[in-house]
Design a protein around this ligand. Structure first.
Ligand code: TYM
Length: 333
């Protein structure tokens, strides 16, 4: 049976990269798979989070997921800390994964930066918790943006080593990443070599899902480009990362391909194209922001969604964890 799991951190602002690389695909996949979507608050605290802000962000992300079209009745939507099975399985995976594997993780290197000695242990073992998120449900497919690919390969390595070490072939599935659409890696609007990120200090580097029409238009107008007009074919975008990024965003939002967009706009100046892009962004994101603002006021509803989701999640993970306990050799009295 196919089962989807995916997660999103409640830190900072959700942005267009999160939407095009992940959330929009979740909305589309929810009809074809049994789907579990998780607000990963345990992952969030691998770097310091102000408690009141974290609580607000968990609810805001929940509201955005629902506003974007995820049906919390048909699917499971919950916050990670409300199902203790994730942390329990993560501990076991801490004892399965090898230091050498974690040392290769590029996200840790990027996030820890030069001050590695001062990074939390949680930031280092972060991918083990991510493997536990997925494998606590024996999820078979994980829709993510391209930046999570290495973490998913690690989850497969952990699954395989667990299965081998304990002589339980096929117990954990080797999960497949689903990296879908034109915009699997949306780049910063200020620097085409950096990915669009919640942690970029410049708000002009990203379009937040909470931005209003004026903010979206202004950010796109100010987005870095080059002086050349748009090319007529995708090959003309190579070595023009900022130009390429804007065309990729347009293609993804319009649900078409880069080649099709360029057939239409090739030869135009960026000023005209940016206006079109801003209009399309407002058309697609405006309704999500509106619905999110309505939902965010209803804390009781959001908390009920998370509570209900956590209960249903735990009902799925508990029997799997019980089996894991038996396999590892713990006594369950
Ligand atoms: P997070 O919160 O950084 O991002 C959530 C999702 O958004 C995608 N994404 C992007 N896609 C395209 N372009 C971008 N610029 C961009 N930035 C972010 C991410 O690939 C991701 O799919 N470790 C994960 C959360 C996580 C998880 C999991 C994911 C925890 N447990 C289990 C899948 C399965 C993370 O930090 O995502």
């Amino acid at each position: 049976m196919s089962r989807i799991f995916s997660g999103i951190q409640p830190t900072g602002n959700l942005h267009l990269g999160n939407y095009l690389g992940a959330v929009r695909n979740w909305v589309r996949l929810q009809h074809d798979y049994e789907s579990i979507y998780c607000v990963v608050d345990l992952h969030a605290i691998t770097v310091w989070q102000e408690p009141a802000e974290l609580r607000r962000a968990i609810r805001e992300v929940t509201a955005i997921l629902i506003a974007a079209g995820i049906d919390p009745k048909k699917n499971i939507v919950f916050n990670q800390s409300q199902n203790p099975d994730h942390a329990q399985l993560a501990w076991i995976f801490n004892c399965v994964a090898r230091l050498g594997w974690l040392n290769r993780m590029t996200q840790f290197k990027e996030k820890a930066g030069k001050d590695r000695e001062n990074a939390s242990v949680g930031l280092y073992s972060y991918p083990n918790l991510m493997a536990a998120d997925i494998l606590a449900y024996k999820a078979t497919h994980v829709p993510v943006g391209e930046d999570q690919k290495q973490h998913l390969e690690l989850a497969r390595d952990i699954a395989q080593k667990f299965n081998n070490d304990f002589g339980v072939p096929g117990f954990f599935p080797l999960t497949e990443p689903l990296i879908l659409g034109e915009a699997t890696r949306v780049m910063s609007l200020r620097d085409g070599a950096k990915k669009m990120s919640k942690s970029d200090p410049s708000d002009y580097s990203r379009i937040n899902l909470t931005d209003d029409a004026d903010a979206i238009a202004q950010k796109i107008r100010k987005a870095k480009t080059d002086p050349e007009p748009l090319p007529s074919e995708p090959a003309g975008l190579e070595a023009r990362p900022e130009a390429k990024n804007l065309v990729v965003i347009y293609a993804a939002l319009a649900d078409t391909t880069v080649a099709a967009v360029l057939r239409e706009v090739g030869g135009q100046q960026f000023s005209a194209f940016k206006q079109r892009l801003a209009d399309l962004c407002v058309e697609k994101l405006g309704p999500i922001a509106g619905e999110m603002n309505r939902l965010i006021a209803d804390t009781a509803y959001l908390d009920a969604v998370l509570r209900d989701g956590a209960g249903r999640a735990r009902a799925l993970s508990r029997p799997i964890l019980d089996e894991v306990m038996d396999i590892v050799g713990f006594v369950r009295a």
